[in-house]
Each structure stands twice: as C-alpha cells, then as structure tokens.
Design a protein around this ligand. Structure first.
Ligand code: GAR
Length: 216
C-alpha cells in the first residue's frame, strides 16, 4: 500500500470524532494514520482513546505560553516533529491564530455540527432549534482565518424533529459526523480533493440526487 497520510488530531474533550478516525485507521484500507493527538486539556477523555490505540499524545497548556501565537507555534513544532501531513480539528475548542491557519493552509480541516454557513460558533444545535430549521447536519471543511469558514468537503443533512432537545439533536448529528469525518480524510488522502476558489471539488464522488423532506 502507498504511504498513508499522517494525521495530527487536535482535541479538547470527549474525542468521539477522534474515535471515528481511530476506527477507520484500524479498518486497514483507510489511506491515513494518526501520528499524534494533541489536547489543550489534560483531562480530555479523548486522550485515553488515543492511548488505548497506541497513538502518541501531547498535552499543551496555554499556561506557560505568553500568547496564542506562541501556543500555536509549540503545537506546530510538535505536529511537524511527528511528520504530520494533515491536521484534523476534532472538537478542539480553542481559537487558532492566523499564523497557525496560514502555516497549515489547505492542510487543516475541521468538523462542525451544522450545515455551514448556518450556525457558526458555539451552541450550533441550540441555534438550529431557535431558528426552527427542519434540517441541520454537519460539515467537514478546510479552515480559513474566519471561524467555521472555508471550502466545504462534505456535509450531511439531519432532520430536526419537533420534540428534539439540543441533546437529542446533537446525538443524531454526531452519528453523521462519525461517517463524514473519515470519508473526508479518505478523499484528501486519495488526492481527490481540489480547492477551486471558495469551493472544494471531490473527484469521482458519488452523486446523491435524491432529496429528503422533513417532516417526512
Ligand atoms: C463535535 O460535535 C464537533 O462537531 C464539535 O464538537 C464536538 C466534539 O465532540 N465541534 C465544534 O463545535 C467546533 N466548532 P467529540 O469530542 O466527541 O468529537
């Protein structure tokens, strides 16, 4: 098999998307491997997931770094030392400096629990419920300087049910996240994703011309 793309995964908490990537890597035919997991929280549950899979981890505290740029420079140094090709944000709840975003331009992706450009930032599910949309979902995208902005690689639409709470909706969207993130990484690793202006084009992606209706 050709060389697998080396991933650096950045987390702050639970790490269920990290787990989806770990599981994809374990499946064998996935063209990527996780070289390093970085957390900005020492108590992030995702660290145990990485350790259980034998993946090197690194905890970086903002204490000891005078500013965001110096924290991010330490992070870049760790990622480069691990030979990382692509950085995957997986619930990393810390703003990134423009220097970091620039250093990893087109090699930095994020998963966000809404259909961007709707509902950027925190509390995406509460925002969706408040807006009364019938569908929300998740987005995997390249990262640009603006928060939750950048060329979209894949999205999944998830219906909003009338009795949803933020918790029930989050759980439904999370299932879609766990399918989308490994898929997006696969396409990048296979060299099938090309950025054209604000768009990311995926070569030979299966077209889904069907539609969903909610309420059904
Ligand atoms: C996920 O739902 C992810 O989309 C979201 O945080 C959660 C992390 O869960 N990310 C953001 O909101 C980023 N703006 P996880 O730690 O179980 O993967």
């Amino acid at each position: 098999m050709a060389r697998r793309l080396k991933l650096g995964v950045l987390i702050s908490g639970r790490g269920s998307n990290l787990q989806a990537l770990i599981d994809a890597a374990a499946a064998g035919d996935w063209p990527a491997e996780i070289a390093l997991v970085v957390s900005n929280k020492a108590d992030a549950a995702g660290l145990a997931r990485a350790e259980a899979a034998g993946i090197p981890t690194c905890v970086l505290s903002h204490r000891g770094h005078p500013d965001r740029a110096s924290f991010d420079a330490t992070m870049t140094a760790a990622l480069v030392a691990a030979g990382v090709d692509l950085v995957c944000l997986a619930g990393f709840m810390r703003l990134l400096s423009p220097e970091f975003v620039e250093a990893w331009h087109d090699r930095l992706i994020n998963i966000h629990p809404s259909l961007l450009p709707s509902f950027r930032g925190l509390h995406a599910h509460e925002q969706a419920l408040e807006a009364g949309v019938r569908f929300t979902g998740c987005t995997v995208h390249f990262v640009r300087a603006e928060m939750d902005d950048g060329p979209i690689i894949v999205q999944a639409a998830v219906p909003v049910l009338q009795d949803d709470t933020a918790e029930t909706l989050a759980a439904r969207v999370l299932q879609a996240e766990h399918r989308c993130y490994p898929q997006a990484v696969r396409w990048i690793a296979e060299g099938r994703v090309r950025i054209s202006g604000a768009r990311a084009l995926v070569a030979d992606a299966p077209a889904n011309e069907d539609f969903l209706v909610s309420p059904g």
